[in-house]
Design a protein. Structure first.
Length: 200
């Protein structure tokens, strides 16, 4: 295989990873803009739905860990996101009502979601947008400058393989890109280390 053909899998790989980074960046920005924090997390405890964690300084400070959730309904629309969902795709200020059982007594609270704090927003943008693009653009730059150098090819693939494993990952594109590299990976090795198929 000539050197030009050897670069084809890398072109495909980097193109798919660029698509992944674009989709991931879009999903991250959309998530931050269209969702908000509620200040508590629910989980199933056997056959009971309970509050697992509640931020004492958050918008739902009245809730306590261990509260059994009896009812949850939206005050602005008929539907309400699932209690067990880690994130709610509702904008800040979404009002809802939650009824819990605490120490044998039912209590109802009217609450609303709030914007994510700056630490969460900046951390999410850094991890899901800035860092992946820095790695990918670095990989693309060094590859285009010395595309026929086997070691540079491996370095470009290593840098381009950076994937943020988080809630905003568009995993399908990333997995396709990685399998493209694995299937064609033998041709990405520098010539001295590539296996020989010459008949004896």
């Amino acid at each position: 295989m000539n050197k030009r053909a050897q670069t084809i899998p890398i072109y495909v790989f980097l193109t798919l990873m660029l698509a992944f980074a674009t989709a991931n960046s879009y999903l991250t920005v959309r998530f931050i803009g269209q969702s908000s924090g509620r200040g508590w997390i629910a989980t199933m405890d056997h056959d009971r739905l309970v509050v697992a964690q509640a931020n004492p300084t958050g918008p739902a400070s009245v809730l306590h860990a261990g509260d059994e959730i009896i009812d949850l309904k939206g005050l602005q629309s008929p539907g309400v996101p699932a209690a067990t969902s880690q994130t709610w795709m509702v904008k800040s200020g979404y009002r809802y009502s939650i009824t819990v059982s605490r120490d044998g007594q039912s209590q109802t609270f009217n609450l609303q979601t709030v914007p994510y704090n700056r630490t969460f927003v900046s951390g999410s943008l850094m991890a899901s947008v800035v860092v992946p693009w820095v790695f990918l653009l670095t990989a693309l730059t060094i590859f285009l400058l010395r595309r026929n150098d086997g070691q540079v090819q491996l370095l470009a693939v290593m840098l381009g393989s950076f994937i943020f494993d988080g809630p905003f990952e568009s995993a399908g594109v990333a997995q396709i890109a990685l399998w493209t590299f694995v299937v064609g990976g033998v041709w990405l090795l520098p010539y001295p280390f590539r296996p020989s198929y010459t008949s004896f």
